[in-house]
Write a protein that binds this ligand. Structure first.
Ligand code: SAM
Ligand code: SF4
Length: 351
């Protein structure tokens, strides 16, 4: 693909309307959301995601360049995608991430640009990202206890993440969502304490069920150092402390896989992401771009469609759109059950 000509600009020149080529799968789900893994590298080693020694990092030239990522996003915008989330691995360890953010923010048709980060480097990056056009941010934090942080993340300092959350708020990134993967025997006793953070802060606290992906599968089922906690247990524990939770209707920019509730009178809200106990596949409108240039329609199932050869082999925007359609075709109605989930690497695919 010619890096000097934008596929979307080329299409617009021929009277094309962004979104006219909607990608719809066999079950009628239209894709409007692309999650982009910008790197497989990470500065933490969360027990549910990576082994302590890390995974073999991919060579630099295997990762998509910023220009290639933006080309894919332009083609996606042409198909009606308007939401982008930059993730990884840890997106902030990709050098120049603020530059990529700015390039993505400029793509016509992209109106919702978000990021998921572990927050370690956010103190430095939050103002740069906000200035580059990032709108909102999800920050992962699994515990409020410094010792448990060492046990779960195995690298980094909890103080940096807390500073990163403050920096994101100061930079005007909103809403801020905090992601907690609930792990039995490790952090499950803290769910009410996390929920209490929403009492006087306009944040969304999201309780995520652990998903058995590759290394994580070994952690939970092999060495058995934590147990799966379904979200109805988490919700009950929170309600025992704060009383019956109130269900919420959410606006479009807050819609997602989370079932959203709030504690009566709280400033913030509670999101429950129950991928294993109550899959939200029926409403799933997302495609994923892996850091090596594969398009996937499901994190836990289906295959990927390789597009790096299109990007590096002189392909056209129409070839990318065809690849999106092929990926959509691979999307299952509902993802596989626990034991059948194929080996997959969260940090490469993008969580
Ligand atoms: N490094 C960034 C971070 O941790 O926020 C972005 C990538 S991470 C793969 C994205 C999200 O996936 C994080 O909120 C993380 O907690 C979650 N995650 C990773 N492995 C998971 C697993 N096995 N089950 C459920 N969530 C997981
Ligand atoms: Fe890194 Fe995020 Fe995986 Fe933790 S969950 S190891 S921070 S990619």
């Amino acid at each position: 693909m010619n890096p000097n000509s934008s596929p979307l600009t080329d299409l617009l020149r021929h009277g094309y309307t962004p979104g006219q080529d909607a990608v719809v799968d066999a079950y009628g789900r239209q894709f409007t959301y692309l999650r982009v893994s910008v790197t497989d590298h990470c500065n933490l080693r969360c027990v549910y995601c990576m082994p302590e020694e890390g995974v073999p990092w991919l060579p630099r030239d295997e990762l998509l360049t910023f220009e290639e990522i933006v080309t894919v996003i332009e083609a996606a915008a042409a198909c009606g995608v308007y939401k982008i989330r930059l993730t990884g691995g840890e997106p902030l360890v990709r050098k120049g991430i603020e530059k990529l953010t700015e390039m993505v923010a400029r793509v016509p048709g992209i109106t919702d640009l978000a990021m998921t980060t572990n927050g370690i480097m956010l103190g430095e990056y939050a103002p740069k990202l906000a200035a580059a056009g990032l709108k909102r941010i999800n920050i992962s934090l699994d515990t409020l206890d410094p010792e448990k942080f060492k046990a779960i993340a195995r690298r980094g300092q909890i103080g940096d993440v807390l500073g990163g959350i403050r920096a994101a708020a100061a930079a005007g990134l909103a809403p801020i969502k905090i992601n907690m993967v609930v792990l039995g025997g490790l952090n499950d006793t803290e769910v009410a304490e996390f929920a209490a953070l929403t009492l006087d802060r306009p944040i969304e606290m999201r309780f995520i069920e652990y998903m058995p992906l590759e290394e994580a599968k070994g952690c939970a089922m092999g060495s058995g150092n934590f147990a799966f906690i379904p979200n109805d247990v988490t919700k009950t524990r929170i309600a025992e402390r704060f009383g019956a939770l109130e269900p919420l209707e959410v606006g479009d920019n807050m819609k997602g896989p989370a079932e959203v509730w709030k504690i009566k009178g709280a400033a913030g809200r509670l999101g429950f992401i129950s991928a294993m106990s109550a899959p939200f596949c029926k409403a799933c409108d997302r495609l994923r771009l892996t850091c090596v240039g594969e398009v996937r329609s499901c994190l836990l199932d289906g295959g990927g469609v390789e597009i790096k050869s299109i990007l590096r082999g002189g392909g056209k925007c129409a070839d990318l759109i065809a690849a999106f359609r092929n990926a959509a075709h691979l999307k299952p109605e509902v993802h596989k059950a626990w034991d059948e989930i194929p080996a997959a690497n969260m940090s490469r695919i993008g969580g």
